[in-house]
Design a protein around this ligand. Sequence first.
Ligand code: DC
Length: 224
Amino acid sequence: MAERGLIIAIDGPAGAGKSTIARAVARRLGYLFINTGAMYRAVAWKALQMGVSLDDAGGVGRLAYDSLIELTGEVDSMRALIDGRDITSEIATPQVGQAASIVSAIPAVRRALVARQQEMGRAGGVVMEGRDIGTQVFPEAEVKIYLDASSEARAQRRFAEDTERGVAVASLEQMKAEIEERDHRDKTRADSPLTQAEDAIYIDSSAMTIDEVVEKILKIVKQK
Ligand code: DC
């Protein structure tokens, strides 16, 4: 039987560098990269677009079940589509990030998206990043990383990223406050809160470069 690629789960709070690092690891291994945050963002974007209240658990849950969410393209040019429409740049805003954090607390939304993520990653050879990959989506993942960083470091990175992307940015202080608010919501929600899986390896990236983190993860993968 052909050897199946590994499932590499990378979880952690907003701005810890998960996407950049997961993408780099996937590129180096020739693996699929799946950014699950984009799927929660897509649901939030559509709810905002359709005027469905983010607090309407039934309405947003139905919307998540009824929408076709696709992540397509190569590792470095991934696009997010909902019902065939490319919304990659629309979902990259801090507003959609906050809205995604709100809708991601709705159990029906999580059930719909987790089932799709399991389908997408089941064959292995995948780096999947999010909040609950090592705990809920793939508790059996061969490699689990919990990527953390101080809220100061994360606010600074998000600030630099958003400036580069040209999305309207708030002050650094406001960014830090928003990150802390999102952390609090993501870590205290009843359904699948952000926590480190018992068997995950903890990496604090505050004082590390992207390359250092990527090399560290590749070393862990090699040992498997
Ligand atoms: O990683 P991100 O900032 O794009 O994620 C946006 C929000 O989606 C985040 O605040 C929490 C939610 N999310 C989640 O609950 N579970 C995941 N696996 C990924 C994201």
